[in-house]
Ligand binder design. Structure first.
Ligand SMILES: Nc1ncnc2c1ncn2[C@@H]1O[C@H](COP(=O)(O)OP(=O)(O)O)[C@@H](O)[C@H]1O
Ligand SMILES: [Mg+2]
Length: 206
């Protein structure tokens, strides 16, 4: 069977990624059912036992910015080796809640880590490997912050300022402009229903 495809969801905290992830997985799985392929749904940081342990540390433990970037890529290396690569090799599709664009957006755009350092780690961990499709859920930081609300204790990223998320969003949009063949930008101010209609079209075009 031919290699599967790799789809990622990106966007700042509160943009709506998780809201649509399982639904998108189900729609994609329906479409692929006749081909015998399945869809593996996963997330970053995380996706493996070690990755989920690193996620806990990354989301809650204060650390140096470069340590943060290194741990993100360490979790990613494990994710690629244990989950993403084997799934794609056997012909399945992979749908991930975040991937490397998030590291460029958060650690690069948000926190200001120089891009060339991230590019060095990216080359080390994944060579030239990139998602086949990245859905970028785009929304203004103040709206995203309202949506996140006060339902639970915010993690180290969720508790960042609007200024941080403005830089993060800017870097996401810059990357989308740089690689338009890979990115689809969804206007996340729309209703969930309208976004699903848009995503239906995205799935139909795959
Ligand atoms: N299109 C939308 N309109 C209104 N509220 C939304 C919309 N999409 C998501 N939400 C709500 O916003 C919050 C954040 O969404 P979530 O999917 O968790 O974002 P993310 O995973 O990108 O951080 C959730 O409470 C969710 O129900
Ligand atoms: Mg989420």
């Amino acid at each position: 069977m031919a290699r599967g495809r790799f789809v990622t969801f990106e966007g700042i905290d509160g943009a709506g990624k998780t809201t649509h992830l399982a639904w998108f997985r189900d729609r994609l799985a329906d479409k692929l059912a006749a081909t015998g392929r399945t869809v593996v749904m996963t997330r970053e940081p995380g996706g493996t036992a070690l990755g989920e342990s690193l996620r806990e540390i990354l989301l809650h433990q204060p650390m140096d910015l470069e340590t943060e970037a290194l741990l993100m890529f360490a979790a990613r290396r494990e994710h690629l080796a244990q989950v993403i690569e084997p799934a794609l090799a056997r012909g399945d599709w992979v749908l991930s809640d975040r991937f490397t664009d998030a590291t460029f957006a958060y650690q690069g755009g948000g926190r200001g880590l120089p891009r060339d350092k991230l590019e060095t780690l990216e080359r080390w961990v994944q060579g030239g490997f990139q998602p086949d499709l990245t859905v970028l859920f785009d929304i203004a930081p103040d709206t995203a912050s309202e949506r996140r609300g006060a339902a639970r204790e915010p993690d180290r990223f969720e508790s960042e300022t609007d200024a941080f998320f403005t830089r993060t969003r800017g870097e996401y949009l810059r990357r989308a402009e740089e690689a338009p063949y890979r990115f689809t930008i969804v206007d996340s101010t729309q209703s969930i229903e309208d976004i699903r209609k848009r995503l239906e079209n995205v799935i139909a075009s795959l």
